[in-house]
Design a binder for this molecule. Structure first.
Ligand code: SAH
Length: 363
């Protein structure tokens, strides 16, 4: 097996030089890849047990002031029915989620100027008092330090903001002129310094992406140490400038999940909706590759299809709050169970095994 020693080094030291990441991303050696996935799954099990955390994903608005070239809810898409949830709809949805066992709510949306920081602070404060044993995660794009701070003080503890791509030139190919890689990174640093559990990540196979871009993404994630890492394949949306580009590869996404798991054994890594959209067994394949989180959709059914980031986005069945039993059944086939709880990031071993995972060792 060609890359066994590289994978073992990643497993032991949690970091590699660029050349080694390059080799892992370009190899066609099936045996090495099987070893990579096995190691990643073993490390995940050592840290978290055979448990999967669930987060209720509530898409609170599909209005967006940005015009990202890949995204179906971009400002320039005039073929989309736009919606924004009211405070009471958000609370109602969280109630439904709470009854089904969710203890984390992820409020995601476009950058909607009508959902002002004052309004969001009120929503977060209310959720925090109504669900004191739940974590509130936000995924609402770029804001000022002061806005992030106000939301943090109101009770939001986690923030997902994918860096999308570390390379500034690639970033400019994916985004309109007024957005920049530097601003994105500045936001991520602000979030970390405010004490948010912070999520970064990128799309896999986005237009113009090179292997070198992905190596840079890995090196960035290695150094930034996000508590959460969200990656999924790029999927074309028919009403965007990228409608003719091919979808990213789900298998290559699994390879990256495994590398990221060995890099950050304690990170929260979802098997994402995009992965489940392209692979019918995306959840279980993601978990077997080292993911440990699934985010079923909690958005009211009447508007769920309108949060159309890309074509054929999954949001029903095992990808939804209504389908939790289906998800349980999928997971039980691979002998995993849903763990009810907040599922916070914790850089210690949660499930000591005969060969426990120390902070810098992976069994
Ligand atoms: N406005 C928020 C939420 C964006 S949607 C923010 O800026 O963070 C959440 C994620 O969906 C994005 O970060 C992006 O990585 C992903 N996404 C958007 N369009 C996509 C597409 N066409 N294919 C795959 N993933 C996409």
């Amino acid at each position: 097996m060609r890359l066994q020693s590289t994978i073992s080094r990643l497993c032991e030291h949690h970091e590699l030089p660029a050349d080694d990441y390059q080799a892992l991303l370009t190899t066609d050696d099936a045996e090495s890849m099987a070893f990579l996935h096995n190691e990643a799954q073993r490390v995940t099990e050592n840290v978290f047990g055979r448990n999967v955390y669930i987060r209720g994903l509530l898409e609170i608005s599909n209005h967006c002031r940005n015009n990202c070239h890949y995204c179906g809810i971009r400002k320039g898409n005039s073929n989309l029915h736009r919606y924004r949830l009211s405070k009471s709809e958000i609370i109602e949805s969280c109630m439904i989620g709470y009854e089904r066992g969710f203890r984390t709510f992820v409020l995601q949306g476009g950058e909607d100027p009508a959902q002002t920081t004052d309004w969001l602070v009120d929503v977060v404060t209310t959720l925090h008092s109504k669900f004191p044993n739940c974590a509130i995660t936000l995924s609402l794009g770029e804001k000022s330090y002061v806005d992030y701070e106000r939301l943090r003080l109101a009770g939001a503890e986690r923030y997902l903001l994918r860096h999308e791509t570390y390379d500034p030139i690639h970033y400019a190919q994916l985004h309109p002129e007024e957005m920049s890689r530097d601003r994105r990174l500045q936001c991520l640093r602000s979030l970390k310094s405010l004490g948010y559990q912070t999520g970064a990540g990128m799309m896999v196979g986005s237009p113009y992406q090179t292997v070198d871009n992905l190596v840079e993404d890995l090196l960035f994630i290695q150094q930034f140490t996000p508590e959460m890492i969200g990656i999924g394949p790029f999927i074309a949306h028919h009403d965007t400038p990228f409608h003719n580009f091919p979808n990213g590869s789900p298998l290559f996404t699994l390879r990256l999940i495994s590398i990221l798991r060995l890099m950050h054994p304690h990170a929260l890594i979802p098997a994402t909706t995009a992965l489940a959209t392209l692979l019918s067994d995306g959840h279980t394949r993601g978990i077997m590759a080292g993911a440990n989180v699934i985010m079923p959709n909690l958005t009211p059914a009447g508007v769920r299809n309108d949060y159309a980031l890309y074509d054929h986005k999954a949001g029903y069945g095992a990808e939804s709050v209504e389908g939790l039993d289906l998800l349980r059944a999928e997971l039980s086939k691979i002998d995993y169970t849903i763990k009810i709880g907040r599922g916070d990031y914790s850089p210690t071993c949660l499930f000591p095994s005969p060969s426990p995972v120390g902070k810098r060792k992976c069994g």
